[in-house]
Structure formats: C-alpha cells, structure tokens
Design a protein around this ligand. Structure first.
Ligand code: MTE
Length: 309
C-alpha cells in the first residue's frame, strides 16, 4: 500500500526547488557577505518558496475565487464558531512562529519537524483545486504545498498503521472561539484512511495565492483533501499520528448521524440539513451541480468501489 507509483501529472523532482539549491544559495550568500560583496543587513538568508511553480496537470472548470473572498469567508471554529466573515478579524493574537509538527504513532522514524525543516525538506508546488464545504458553499483556489505521501514516506509507517490522525493546535488564550464554545470536543481533529492519505491528491498546504497561508485559512500548515467535504481538511496542525484503528473526528464525535468518517463529496447523498445536489460558488453565489467526489472521481473512485459511508 505504501509503494509510491509516480503519476504522470506530478511535477518531476528536478523542476521543484531541491534542497541542495536552497542550501547552496545560502552558502553563496554567506560567502558573498564575508567578502563584503553584499550588505549583510539587507541580504535575505534563504530564498522564499513562494510563489511555487504551478503544477499544470490541475485545471479548473470555473474561475479562481477572488482572493479577498477565500481569505475573508472562513470556517475556523477556534476563532468564531458562528460568523465566517469575522474569523479574519479574530486571529490577531494567534502565534504561528515558531511552529512544530509532531509525527508519531505507528512509524519507524517518528519526528518533530519545525516549519523551516518542512519547507526545506519537501519541495512546494502550486495546485488549483476545487474546495467544497458541506454547507454547500464552494470555491476554487491555488494552494501551495506538497503531497502528504512524501511526509508519510519520510517517517516510514509500520505495517499496522491503517489510519492517519491530524490534530489542530489548542490555544484557548489565542483562539477566542475555543473559550466561547467550550462545549465542543477540542482540539479539532480529523483523520484519513492510509490509502486516502497516500493518494497523490492529498496535500500538506502551507500557502495560498502564491503566499504563505493567512492565519484564518489554517496557518502555518494544514491538510487539503479536495474530494471530501471541507471539514476533513484540518487547519493549523501540530500532530500527525498513525493508528491501527479508525480515529474519532471532531464532527463525528459531535454529531455522528450527520458527519461520517469518509465524508466524500456526493451529490446523491443528502446531509440531513443540506441537500448536496447543488453548490454555491463564493462570493457571488452562482449555483452549480455538485460533482461526484468534487470532480476528482478519476483519481479516487478506485479507493472505495462505492463502499464509503
Ligand atoms: N480546521 C479547524 N481546526 N477548525 C475548523 O473549524 N473547519 C473546517 C476546515 N478545517 C475547521 C478546520 C471546515 S468546516 C471547512 S469548510 C474548512 O476548514 C474551511 O477552510 P477555509 O476557511 O480555508 O475555506
């Protein structure tokens, strides 16, 4: 299950910025600084990974959502569980640097990465993906990130690892929604089956619109799973754990009758409160028919054989 079969549409490693180039540039800058060629006060230490090269294999059937809309209409309950437009105004106290991600559980090489380690180790690319919330709003955005499968390979999961669990940071002092809605089962957490996590569509995301993620979109690092409802894409993650059993998830714990583990976008399966036959594109509300697996059927249908919940 863990053998990686490269797909034709993945960016070849040589086209993304490799670690050696990143470090060589740094050494060059240091040497130039010593020789007095550049002013050390103005020299940048390392090359920014943004904007990353776009992977041309991912095209859209709709325009890219305006940046102000995708970064101004957010579900991030830790900051505001009711008002999506208010989230961006409540993230000011949230500290995103330094940031560590612990990768643990049933793996041979557990690791604690800080964000810089991650940006150095895993070359970034940009992908245009559709993104669909269970509440029926939808958008199309340029995410910057890398396939989760690369990180999984780096920690070498044990054969018993069947699921991956993602946990969001828990900082009630910086996240006013956590204090206001203390009845939720914090911290926010989500999960994927191992083959879903290894699917080349599943991204670890650190940027959007060619820039680092803004806090309201899950800075500094989140998951994006484009064929599932948006709640599967956990934000601001600090822990990735490999488990033998299917992990509980935030929304499944809150309301199991409404939120299953798999939660694949499916126009034929209505949510008790929202028919899923149609979706509305933000910010103008244009109505469109929902696509099976959010339009990613060719990449993911074989994972399920029609048997997901
Ligand atoms: N992650 C955390 N930690 N907290 C949340 O409330 N909301 C989820 C998901 N990830 C959520 C989260 C839901 S319901 C959606 S639709 C997406 O984030 C929204 O992502 P966006 O704000 O970048 O569009």
């Amino acid at each position: 299950m863990l053998i990686r079969i490269p797909k034709g549409w993945e960016i070849p490693e040589r086209e993304a910025t490799p670690e050696s180039v990143y470090f060589n540039r740094r050494q060059l800058l240091q040497a130039a600084g010593l020789m007095g060629l550049i002013n050390p006060l103005t020299a940048t230490e390392s090359k920014s990974p943004y904007p990353a090269k776009r992977n041309p294999e991912f095209t859209l059937d709709r325009p890219i959502t305006e940046e102000w809309a995708a970064t101004g209409y957010n579900n991030f309950y830790e900051f505001d569980p009711e008002n999506k437009q208010a989230v961006k105004d409540k993230v000011g106290a949230f500290q995103i640097s330094p940031w560590k991600v612990e990768v643990t559980g049933l793996v041979n090489k557990p690791a604690v990465f800080d964000l810089d380690d991650i940006l150095r180790k895993f070359p970034l690319e940009e992908r245009l993906y559709r993104f669909r919330c269970v509440e029926r709003w939808a958008m199309a955005v340029p995410w910057t990130g890398f396939p989760l499968s690369r990180l999984i390979q780096a920690v070498d999961p044990k054969p018993e690892a069947k699921f991956v669990r993602f946990t969001t940071v828990s900082r009630p002092k910086e996240m006013p929604g956590m204090q206001r809605a203390a009845y939720y089962p914090w911290p926010y957490n989500e999960g994927l089956r191992m083959d879903e996590a290894m699917n080349p569509l599943t991204l670890v995301v650190t940027g959007i619109y060619g820039k680092p993620l803004p806090k309201q979109n899950g800075a500094p690092i989140r998951i994006v799973v484009p064929w599932k409802y948006g709640y599967k894409s956990a934000k601001s993650i600090v822990r990735i754990e490999f488990t033998a059993k299917m992990p509980g998830t935030f929304w499944n714990q809150m309301q199991p009758s409404e939120y299953g583990f798999y939660s694949n976008v499916n126009p034929k399966k209505p949510h008790p409160r929202w028919s899923q036959a149609y979706e509305n594109l933000i910010p103008h509300g244009e109505r469109r028919p929902t696509l099976m697996y959010n339009g990613y059927e060719q990449y993911v249908a074989a994972l399920y054989n029609g048997k997901e919940d």
